[in-house]
Design a protein around this ligand. Structure first.
Ligand SMILES: Nc1ncnc2c1ncn2[C@@H]1O[C@H](COP(=O)(O)OP(=O)(O)OP(=O)(O)O)[C@@H](O)[C@H]1O
Ligand SMILES: [Mg+2]
Length: 344
């Protein structure tokens, strides 16, 4: 059984023990990668052309919310190029020297994956500009007046950068990528395909309606859908259910407090407070956080983005308000007249 906090069930960060499972469920080729038609088509062109030219492919930037497949795509890129892959991340590169060490040890044609590239330090970033453009870096030796820089030739490599916040990337860095792929949230049918594949790997029996039920609660995110599938498997195992249908999937996920729309306990607490205590709002974020007993930041970064995306909550200059859809979702009547409140 899992030790995961149920609150984290629809979170986007993978738990440490989850990473091994993610590796097992990762598609290994572009053909196995579900959805993201546009990015897949563009990417396959870039890769095909580089194979024909027999040169390393252009540098690529992958952007999009967590859990949509950026790391998976980076691995696929290396596999499709039959190139070795080096994995690192922005926070791990604090000094230009860290980056120099990595760059100088790359092999010809190697794929260098830098996750969270927007969190790299400034000096490292500047070194990266030159490395990306001219495949060379200047290594500074010594300090002050006696410092000299030694040019170092690099092998041709392909940089694959991933970021959840493309907007935070400085222009000069963004411009040096030959290709930018933006990953979108997945449609329910696409998540069902992800689920089908994972269920097969996990040797689970699930009906079409069962898949549909899990997909609809997955917030458009493959990481979440795979996680919910594993929780449903736990539930089925304990309850001796051999085949998971809609009812079983629903009952399992209800146990974990993931509702039919993918909302968890905190999401619902926020909506409930907004709709009942504050009659739909507007109410300030910090007041709302106090009522649900959470940190302001948790409400703002964990619960709100999904509620806004689902059209259940809106941010206005006067505070947060609940939409009609929020009242409908909670099965509550909309309070009569709310004087001076913006209609939604
Ligand atoms: N298109 C897809 N088809 C099938 N499975 C997918 C797809 N995209 C992602 N997954 C699954 O979702 C999980 C998370 O994907 P991945 O680690 O690539 O996300 P990420 O975008 O790198 O997230 P983060 O921003 O947190 O690093 C993986 O285990 C993978 O199996
Ligand atoms: Mg990743």
């Amino acid at each position: 059984m899992s030790t995961e906090d149920p609150r984290e069930l629809v979170g986007t960060t993978p738990a440490p023990e989850e990473r091994a499972m993610e590796t097992a469920l990762r598609p290994k080729s572009l053909d196995d990668f579900v959805g993201q038609q546009t990015v897949r088509r563009q990417l396959s062109l870039v890769l095909e052309s580089s194979k024909l030219r027999e040169r390393a492919a252009d540098h690529m930037l992958l952007s999009g919310p967590p859990g949509l497949g950026k790391t998976t795509l980076a691995m696929i890129i290396a596999a499709e190029m039959s190139a070795p892959l080096r994995l690192t991340s922005g926070p791990a590169i604090q000094h230009a020297g860290d980056l120099a060490a990595i760059l100088s040890s790359l092999a010809e044609g190697e794929v260098l994956f830098i996750d969270e590239i927007h969190r790299m330090s400034r000096p490292a970033e500047e070194m990266l500009y030159m490395a990306m453009e001219d495949f060379r870096v200047d290594i500074v030796v010594g300090k002050g007046a006696g410092a000299t820089s030694i040019p170092l030739e690099l092998p041709e490599f392909t940089l694959v950068g991933a970021t959840t916040r493309a907007g935070l990337l400085p222009g000069p860095l963004r411009d040096r990528f030959g290709f930018t792929g933006h990953l979108e949230f997945y449609a329910p049918e696409e998540l069902e395909r992800v689920l089908r594949r994972s269920a097969q790997l996990l040797e689970m029996r699930v009906t079409d309606a069962g898949f549909e039920e899990i997909a609809s609660r997955s917030r458009g995110t493959p990481r979440i859908t795979n996680r919910l599938l594993r929780r449903v498997r736990d539930w089925a195992l304990v309850h001796g259910v051999a085949e998971i249908d809609r009812r079983a999937a629903g009952a399992a996920l209800d146990t974990y407090e993931v509702d039919p729309r993918g909302l968890d306990r905190l999401d619902r607490a926020v909506l409930q407070a907004l709709c009942t205590t504050f009659r739909g709002g507007p109410v300030g974020l910090s007041t709302l956080a106090v009522i649900v007993g959470e940190e302001t930041e948790t409400v703002e970064t964990v619960a709100e983005p999904y509620l806004v995306r689902e059209g259940l909550l809106a941010r206005t200059p006067r505070g947060r308000i609940a939409t009609d859809a929020a009242f409908a979702h909670l099965g509550l009547p909309r309070p009569e007249t709310q004087e001076g409140l913006p209609g939604t």
